[in-house]
Write a protein that binds this ligand. Sequence first.
Ligand SMILES: [Zn+2]
Length: 145
Amino acid sequence: MPDPFFPEGMPLPAPQPDGVDAPFWEACRWHELTVQRCSDCGAFRHPPEAICHHCLSFNSVWEPVSDRGVVYSHMNVVYPSHPALRDRVPDNVVLVALAGASDVRMVGNLVDCPYPEIRIGMEVEVVFEDHPESDLTLPRWPPSP
Ligand SMILES: [Zn+2]
């Protein structure tokens, strides 16, 4: 009997880029990790925001950042929050502190690593997962080689 709450075949929910975060998703399509940075005080902003939370400036630029980071926090999701994720659970969700922009905490999935082996401070390196059916590319975080 089909599951009415989690039907099969639903597409992965895609971010709906707006004027603020569209450059982040566009860079992901090119397999480049970028972070918005205040062009007045230099603070990194992630998630992207229209206004700087440090100096209230509206000015910003997009900067390529290191493709490496460390696990700042993690959790294991065992129940899918969306029907398209039904075959992805259990899933490792992590907060990654980016190298060179360590005040940035980027949410993502730690892949290629069993949950019991994840440690705070574990080094990770981004890879990009393309979803051409939805014109979406997601950053994912396997352990650094
Ligand atoms: Zn600022």
